[in-house]
Design a protein around this ligand. Structure first.
Ligand code: NAP
Ligand code: L37
Length: 284
């Protein structure tokens, strides 16, 4: 039995179509145009690709966007100044500072400087804390996208064994908290986990965000499991993308699986658009 493929691109397209209608309504009834500022520092090629798709998504939906591309050598003070300006700019409802930042910059201090009401990435400690205690907050885009995809399988998370591989602040940790909020029993695995294959085999729902090409093998998947592959790994010298899961083998065992590309990636962008529209609607 082959797994059902979860089509993240199709889900993302339908969310984007809904948002486009919502933005048209906002313009018509309130004269309100949502605005997103995207900051990119330095020349990370993957970040360049993602920032370009985010800008394209804004244009298609009717969100005003402006890009602030800063050189690699930007100082901490210059970056903080820009964020302060954007915090006070009434056209701008959402601020996204694409990470990773060049090593000489203090990422924590930068994320802390963004007004939590404009933190459409959901990385500010205020929003992270609110999510932890179950208060309404901007949810980080990739984990939120993962949860939407799981929801669309129609499988209820309550009482299920969920295993998250990876514990980054942008994916693994928040996705684990969200699964817990839906009453799954959650295990978080990382580079020091003693028996990773054994932990994965227990998973009814397996979310993998490691950044290592096809590290999770088909033989680690519980038959019928929901497998969400967050990894985006580029083969050296080729354009082909690979997930963190050995896709061809895993899809013979899993019940549902996300492809790479066309799975979680497009959802990340759709959720960012959703947060930006919500930010514009807040306080009006
Ligand atoms: P990250 O910050 O590098 O974190 C990787 C995590 O994986 C760490 O917690 C690390 O454990 C764990 N890990 C590394 N090697 C391992 C191993 N051999 N066994 C078990 N765990 C291991 O990465 P990230 O930012 O979360 O991103 C992960 C992947 O998702 C990347 O491929 C990235 O490109 C992709 N991504 C995709 C999207 C999207 O929208 N599709 C968004 C963000 C990221 P330790 O904590 O112990 O070091
Ligand atoms: N919100 N997301 C936010 N803020 C950040 O600071 N780094 C970061 C972040 N990560 C991010 O944007 N990731 C991401 C990953 C993949 C895609 C989009 C965003 C994506 O569109 N992936 C496509 C393939 C694109 C390609 O060809 O590279 C996919 O189908 O998976």
């Amino acid at each position: 039995m082959s797994a059902k493929i979860i089509d993240g691109k199709a889900v993302s397209d339908s969310i984007r179509a809904e948002l486009r209608a919502e933005v048209a309504r906002m313009k018509g009834t309130k004269g309100l145009v949502p605005g997103l500022a995207v900051i990119i520092v330095g020349n990370d090629p993957a970040s360049r690709v993602y920032v370009d798709s985010k800008k394209r998504a804004c244009a298609e939906i009717g969100i005003y966007s402006e890009e602030h591309a800063l050189p690699e050598k930007t100082t901490q003070a210059e970056l903080l100044n820009l964020i302060r300006k954007l915090n006070n700019d009434p056209k701008i409802h959402g601020i996204l500072c694409q990470v990773p930042l060049p090593k000489h910059l203090d990422e924590k201090e930068v994320l802390n400087a963004i007004d939590p009401r404009k933190d459409v990435d959901g990385f500010h400690p205020v929003n992270v804390g609110k999510m932890m205690v179950g208060e309404k907050a901007f949810l980080p885009c990739t984990p939120h996208g993962v949860m939407e995809l799981i929801k669309r399988t129609g499988i209820a998370l309550q009482g299920k064994q969920a295993v998250v591989v990876g514990r980054s602040n942008i994916v693994g940790k928040p996705v684990a908290i969200m699964l817990l909020s839906e009453n799954a029993t959650v295990t978080i695995c990382h580079s020091r986990t003693a028996d990773l294959p054994g932990e994965c085999r227990k998973a009814d729902v397996l979310v993998v965000a490691v950044g290592k090409k096809e590290m999770v093998k088909g033989g680690w998947i519980k038959p019928g499991a929901v497998v969400i592959d967050v990894g985006v790994n580029r083969e050296e010298g080729s354009k082909k993308l690979y997930g963190d899961v050995e896709y061809e083998a895993a899809k013979e065992v899993a019940g549902y699986i996300t492809p790479v590309p066309g799975g979680v990636g497009p959802m990340t962008i759709a959720m960012l658009m959703k947060n930006t529209v919500e930010a514009a609607n807040m306080g009006r």
